[in-house]
Design a protein around this ligand. Structure first.
Ligand SMILES: Nc1ncnc2c1ncn2[C@@H]1O[C@H](COP(=O)(O)OP(=O)(O)OP(=O)(O)O)[C@@H](O)[C@H]1O
Length: 585
């Protein structure tokens, strides 16, 4: 027997972990479906008894008793049907409650690895797809399918030929289900991909609404969306066409088969092998036998979509299960050591930064300079753990970053990215990083350190001002200062800032310099990427990044010293020249 691959073992474990709590419910639904299907024979038995007993005996009391019994059984069937559908809806809701946070956790991580927002949000939608499928007719059909033999056996006992005809019909419809599956499987995956591409265009267009308006190319952006939308619609239409056609053929086949059963029944009655009641009973039983297959065909598009989404959810859970749970380590307080760090672009695998080595001690601040696209942002992304390190290591007090849990290490890191990106929440929630119980003094002291406290208290709602999506109600400089306060909240050991002064005025830059001095004075480490030299006023070390390598590293006075006119060739880039003027001032 071939050995099972570790990946498929991991996937199997994930499926087991997702379905574990639903196994009992699954058995309950299966048995309830059996009961519903047995009760659904009521109509067939009723007709048999009416024709063969009540009509032949002419007994009204028998007719009434049979009718009361049939109504009672129908009501029972209805009750179980309601229970089954309500349980399925609740299973969907429970699954959603359990999986939605996991899917969102992965969705939040995906953009870091080069996935578009649309692709990331698709993970969240997977949960919706599975939940709505569970609330639809699809799963009922799937639960009814295993009980189809009950009706086949019933028809067989009425007459073997009726059983054979019903079986033949069920077989043809089952083949149609297989055909629908084969045709829809690939199409559904293409339709889903085209939906993601369409979403990515819509997302990019809405995020750039100001640019589209100012430079008047909104109509061309809409055209791009239209093209992607048409492609998506064409695929959707094709899969709906296939589903609809198969559904229609299956309904017609069912009608033909039911008439054929009646015809065969009539023939068997004429030749004296069947009673009149059995004709109607066999017609009812065959119709019930084919109903779940018919329903499955009609809902097959949903089945394929839900299966696709469920598989991706399994991948999601597998990915999360594969992440080892780190130990709790003490708060770092002495060193940041970077050893031969090599970083690749997550999506393309292109090497963006290689063999970077240096060490910073508590109380030091490093300014990072270098030309555009040299790898400075890549450098901070790797140091803050936003991007993984391909080779080499980044260590705090000797322990690699990966040895900490994300939430634990996050407390020791302050990060002000180039694109500040504030969250859609209040200023207090932004600065306190969504703390459940924000420490007001901590928030205020971070805001003071960033020189933004006065500005915040002058807003009508102060720290409770809701800043809207992407920090809409604030100016770029205000956003940057609040971003700085968020980076400084709770005095993290390592504070990394990517061009923190790009939108700051003189007062803001002075606050930034003070903040860097504050970090150094309390024994933290600061790393500042700067194009504008004024940001380097409070640093003691400077590194030069050039062409994805660390071209120079040393004290500020050494790196930014005036260059000799003659003498050895200088490794320091042009950027150092621009940085020099302000930083030395
Ligand atoms: N997500 C990404 N995927 C692939 N390549 C990327 C990605 N982000 C940046 N790069 C590439 O990595 C290189 C370094 O980019 P990086 O943003 O680190 O430069 P930088 O020095 O910060 O530039 P700037 O000063 O203009 O901000 C560039 O060639 C860029 O094209």
């Amino acid at each position: 027997m071939p050995k099972e691959q570790p990946k498929s073992i991991a996937r199997r474990r994930s499926v087991e972990s997702i379905t574990k709590e639903f196994r009992g419910i699954g058995l309950f639904l299966f048995l309830t479906s059996g009961l519903i299907n047995v009760l659904a024979l009521t109509g067939a038995f009723y007709m048999l008894q009416i024709y063969d007993r009540a009509l032949t005996s002419g007994s009204i009391p028998t007719l009434v008793a049979l009718s009361i019994l049939a109504i009672g059984l129908y009501l029972f069937q209805g009750v179980f049907d309601v229970i089954r559908s309500q349980v399925l809806v609740r299973v969907g809701a429970r699954l959603d409650k359990r999986l939605a946070p996991l899917a969102h956790q992965v969705a939040v991580d995906m953009p870091r690895y080069g996935f578009s927002n649309a692709e990331s949000l698709e993970r969240g939608r997977d949960v919706d797809v599975v939940r709505s499928f569970l609330g639809s007719q699809g799963p009922m059909a799937l639960f009814d399918l295993p009980w189809v033999p009950i009706y086949l056996i019933f028809a067989y006992f009425l007459h073997p030929m009726l059983g054979a005809l019903t079986f033949g019909g069920a077989f043809v419809l089952a083949l149609m289900t297989v055909a629908a599956e084969l045709l829809l499987r690939r199409l559904s995956s293409h339709a889903q991909q085209s939906g993601v591409s369409r979403g990515a265009i819509a997302d990019s267009n809405t995020r750039n609404s100001e640019i589209l308006k100012a430079m008047g190319f909104a109509d061309r952006a809409v055209t791009r969306f239209e093209v992607a939308n048409s492609e998506h619609l064409a695929l959707q239409t094709r899969s709906s066409d296939i589903n609809g056609t198969f559904g229609a053929i299956s309904r017609v086949l069912r009608m033909i088969l039911q008439s054929a059963i009646l015809g065969l029944g009539a023939y068997l009655t004429i030749i004296g092998e069947l009673s009149a009641g059995a004709i109607i009973a066999s017609s009812i039983a065959s119709s019930r036998a084919l109903a779940p297959i018919d329903l499955a065909i009609t809902n097959w598009k949903g089945v394929v979509g839900a299966r696709h989404s469920f598989r991706r959810l399994v991948d999601t859970v597998t990915a999360l299960n594969e992440t080892p749970k780190p130990m709790v380590l003490p708060t770092p307080k002495s060193t940041l050591t970077v050893d031969k760090m090599t970083v690749v672009a997550p999506a393309s695998g292109r090497i963006l930064l290689s063999d970077v080595t240096f060490e910073l001690k508590a109380g030091q601040a490093l300014g990072v300079i270098g030309p555009s696209a040299s790898g400075k942002t890549t450098f901070v992304r790797a140091i803050t753990g936003v991007w993984p390190v391909l080779r080499g290591s980044v260590r705090l007090d000797g322990a690699e970053m990966g040895q900490w849990e994300d939430t634990a290490i996050g407390k020791f890191i302050g990060y002000l990215p180039q694109d500040v990106s504030l969250l859609d929440a209040t200023i207090e929630e932004n600065i306190s990083r969504y703390a459940e119980k924000p420490d007001p003094m901590g928030v205020i002291s971070a805001a003071r350190a960033a020189g933004v406290h006065e500005m915040i208290v002058h807003l009508p709602e102060g720290y409770h001002t809701h800043i809207g999506p992407s920090g809409m109600v604030l100016s770029a400089g205000q956003r940057q200062r609040i971003g700085l306060a968020r980076a400084l909240y709770n005095d993290p050991f390592l504070v990394v800032m990517d061009e923190p002064n790009s939108n700051l005025d003189g007062e803001g830059e002075a606050a930034l310099t003070e903040a860097i001095r504050g970090i150094r004075a309390r024994g933290g480490i600061a790393i500042i990427i700067a194009h504008r030299p004024s940001a380097l006023a409070a640093v003691d070390l400077v590194a030069v990044i050039q062409n994805g390598k660390m071209a120079a590293f040393g004290s500020k006075s050494e790196i930014l010293a005036p260059q000799p006119v003659n003498g050895r060739p200088d490794v320091r880039p042009m950027a150092a020249n621009t940085a020099r003027q302000g930083a030395m001032s």
